[in-house]
Design a protein around this ligand. Structure first.
Ligand SMILES: Nc1ncnc2c1ncn2[C@@H]1O[C@H](COP(=O)(O)OP(=O)(O)OP(=O)(O)O)[C@@H](O)[C@H]1O
Ligand SMILES: [Mg+2]
Length: 235
């Protein structure tokens, strides 16, 4: 990449309250997208597809709110051993409606060696979904390619989430993890700040490379020290 911009961060844990509120807005925005399409196209056959999307999103909001309530009842520390492949599949599935609406091609490249790691599943799903949703939002309709790579790397495990979207300038790259930084109309600038905190609390390092006009690549490095202890069962 020409004029490659790099950012290497070791996140610091922080507050999670804003994250949860933000995650309620994510599926709501999918509902809005679907409604816009119904209104603009308004063909009978199409109607059912979009209504199904609205229903799925409503269910998702319901699930999230239930999980939030559970966390507030003292079940916060839901750390369990997770397969990274499985986690990534779930994240892509969570973003499926946006992928469909924007006609994005998804390429998964998983090394046959999976990695089982102790993580807070709900939070990690939220963190990775934020990265994937930003990638989808950055790409042009029908021309987007989302690549998800998982592989062992230098005694650890690396996940890469790459898009061929608008990219980020060197100046803005320094701000993407700051609360309230956004360059999107209607954006909150909360997604990546929350992601940063979640990655920190799960001992995952993040590194971002981007080039304006070409795309963005998020590297996530999972530490081996978080591999399961003998006798722990993966869920
Ligand atoms: N893959 C990407 N490609 C291009 N720009 C990106 C990408 N990921 C993040 N950004 C930039 O980082 C900014 C911050 O992202 P963040 O997710 O925190 O907020 P947001 O997407 O603007 O709003 P929201 O809080 O609703 O998600 C975005 O506004 C965008 O400018
Ligand atoms: Mg975002």
């Amino acid at each position: 990449m020409n004029s490659l911009h790099r950012l290497l961060e070791t996140p610091v844990p922080g507050d999670f309250t804003a994250t949860l509120a933000h995650e309620i807005l994510n599926p709501l925005s999918t509902i809005n997208l679907s409604l816009e399409m119904i209104i603009s196209e308004a063909k009978e056959d199409d109607l059912k597809i979009y209504l199904d999307i609205i229903r799925r999103s409503t269910n998702r909001i319901n699930d999230l709110v239930n999980q939030i309530i559970k966390n507030h009842n003292g079940n916060e520390a839901q750390v369990a051993n997770q397969s990274i492949h499985h986690l990534l599949d779930e994240v892509v599935e969570m973003a499926q409606d946006r992928i469909l609406l924007k006609n994005v091609a998804v390429r998964k490249e998983y090394d046959p060696t999976d990695y089982i790691v102790a993580l807070n599943r709900l939070k990690m799903k939220i963190a990775l979904t934020n990265i994937v949703v930003n990638a989808i939002e950055a790409m042009a309709p029908k021309r987007g390619e989302l690549k998800v790579v998982a592989m062992p790397f230098a005694g650890k495990y690396v996940v890469q989430i790459e898009d061929n979207g608008c990219g980020i300038s060197e100046k803005n790259l320094k701000k993407i993890f700051q609360t309230d930084y956004t360059n999107k109309p209607g954006g909150l600038g909360i997604g990546l700040a929350s992601t940063y905190d979640i990655l920190a609390s799960n001992n995952v390092k993040v590194h971002v490379e981007s080039q304006e006009g070409s795309g963005t690549l998020f590297f996530l490095l999972f530490d081996k020290s978080y591999a399961p202890q003998p006798g722990n069962k993966p869920d």
